[in-house]
Design a protein around this ligand. Structure first.
Ligand SMILES: Cc1cc2nc3c(=O)[nH]c(=O)nc-3n(C[C@H](O)[C@H](O)[C@H](O)COP(=O)(O)O)c2cc1C
Length: 333
């Protein structure tokens, strides 16, 4: 795959971890980048909360490590342009966070709690507001000594049956957005049914005349599906979400498949166990042990999926309370 530029930032491998709440921890993002992901955004963080409460409450969700990650991206959600402007200003005044490479705006979240506030995928129904948010973000990063691109991740429609929303994509590009990523499902589909490459292509075609990269997302789980979404949509880059859970190796394998280089082996049982422990060790660096283990309970099953006796191991892992206990379960598995 050819490298792409988002604003002034060169993305050597335009295969990116799709942001996932509860999954996109800092250690996991570092691992994905090591495996070849071009970058890995944080999960969504409320612009309003940052504006009114400062960064402390949200820091655990948007913690970045430019040194270990390379290119970093923080994803914000919200509904008021002023909230985004204020949140970005706060981010740019905060040690470490101020080094962020990219700010991404969530315009795709289908969760009712978010949608009913007018944020996430609800913004697809209000292109004027969505444009104003992009403009407010661009304003917040203007006048800096470096360029911080503003990107948007959205879906193919708000309503069931929508087959792409070309006018929405154009509105984002006209507002100055530096990259658009489209997940090929509508809001009511949440994560069910099939992602539609055709609907993504409709949005891709709408912004072909603009000099910004376009990323496609949805149901990429191997080299074949990665090649297909690229062929079907003509996208410049791809984002991989669920298939990366407990499987950061997917980036190395898809990259090799697309570049025609030697395919790395599938991870063995020991590789998977070691990676589980490594991610938890990473989480322990910034979270109290009980919190880190509790939050990791929903992630651990992905690392042991398909291993002999995995059902039994999963039951133990999702009840574990300490790091030592997790290690013991893994060692005996
Ligand atoms: C558990 C979970 C959490 C997610 N959280 C976010 C999020 O915070 N921000 C976002 O833009 N998308 C989020 N998504 C959507 C994914 O980024 C992605 O668009 C979607 O899963 C489709 O890609 P996939 O088929 O490769 O998983 C989430 C998806 C899942 C399954």
């Amino acid at each position: 795959m050819k490298s792409v530029k988002i604003g002034d930032i060169k993305i050597k491998n335009p295969i990116v971890l799709s942001p996932m709440a509860g999954i996109s921890s800092l250690p996991f993002r570092i691992i994905c980048n090591e495996m070849g992901a071009g970058y890995s955004p944080t999960e969504l963080v409320s612009a309003r909360s940052i504006r009114y409460n400062g960064v402390d409450k949200s820091l655990r969700y948007m913690r970045i490590s430019p040194e270990e990650e390379g290119i970093t991206a923080i994803q914000l959600f919200g509904t008021e342009p002023e909230d985004f402007e204020a949140a970005i200003s706060t981010i740019l005044e905060t040690p470490v966070l101020k080094e962020v490479s990219i700010i991404d705006i969530n315009m795709g979240c289908p969760v009712p709690k978010v949608v009913k506030t007018g944020a996430g995928s609800a913004l697809m129904q209000d292109p004027k507001r969505a444009s104003d948010i992009v403009k407010a973000c661009k304003k917040a990063v203007s006048g800096l000594s470096r360029n911080i691109p503003i990107t948007v991740k959205t879906r193919t429609g708000y309503n069931e049956g929508d087959k792409g929303n070309p006018d929405f994509a154009k509105a984002l590009a006209d507002a100055g957005c530096d990259m658009i990523c489209v997940h090929g499902r509508t809001r009511p589909q949440m994560y069910h049914g099939e992602s539609s490459n055709e609907a993504i292509a409709v949005m891709r075609d709408a912004v072909r005349g603009y000099d910004i990269p376009f990323f496609a997302n949805g149901d990429i789980c191997d080299v074949r599906s990665a090649k297909k979404i690229i062929e079907d949509t003509g996208c410049d880059g791809i984002m991989i979400g669920r298939a990366a859970r407990g499987n950061p190796w997917i980036f190395a394998r898809v990259l090799a498949g697309l570049n025609g280089t030697e395919m790395p082996d599938l991870p063995g049982v020991k590789d998977r166990k070691d990676m589980l422990v490594r991610e938890l060790e990473g989480r322990l660096k910034y979270l109290p042990e009980d919190v880190a283990v509790r939050e990791f309970r929903s992630v651990m099953p992905y690392y042991v999926k398909g291993l002999p006796g995995s059902a039994r191991i999963k039951v133990k892992l999702v009840n574990a309370v300490s790091f030592d206990e997790v290690k013991e379960i893994i060692e005996l598995a």
